[in-house]
Design a protein. Structure first.
Length: 153
């Protein structure tokens, strides 16, 4: 009996470790698998944190889209006061999208947050990309972000 109990105690930590979820190797955006690049960690099924940028998205219903974007912009501007806001136009999965670029100072320099909103594959979606370089063209966006959003140049 002692031997069985001792064996169980020795095996339980290994079994518990085996139950730990493996880190995601890809995320899904509107049915498209996005590989997790080196230097990036998935924070959730909808958020990717990388060394030089952060990419996140969320799905809404059509009636929520514009009010949620307006509230998101208001909240982000308040959080990063003072922040400059510019309208932007672009694409989400090659479908026309609107959005905003917020620019604000951080402890390490400037940050540029792009907020795209629109409908992709019939799904209303908001995409947030925050990076330390001001993007002038789509090529300035991180590769994984370019696979879902692009700027209208």
């Amino acid at each position: 009996m002692k031997r069985i109990l001792l064996t169980a105690l020795l095996l339980l930590p290994g079994l518990a470790f085996a139950q730990t979820a493996a880190p995601e190797t890809s995320l899904n955006f509107c049915g498209i698998n996005l590989p997790v690049p080196a230097g990036c960690t998935p924070e959730s099924k909808y958020e990717l944190r990388c060394d030089t940028y952060q990419l996140a998205w969320f799905y809404l219903n059509r009636n929520q889209l514009l009010p949620m974007v307006e509230e998101l912009v208001r909240t982000e501007k308040k959080k990063h006061k003072p922040a400059e806001q510019e309208a932007l136009e672009g694409f989400i999965l090659d479908m026309p999208a609107k959005g905003y670029q917020l620019s604000y100072a951080t402890d390490t320099g400037m940050a540029y947050q792009l907020i795209f909103y629109g409908t992709a594959k019939g799904q209303p979606v908001v995409v947030q990309l925050t990076m330390g370089v001001e993007p002038e063209k789509t090529a300035d966006l991180p590769e994984v972000a370019r696979s879902i959003v692009s700027l209208r140049n």
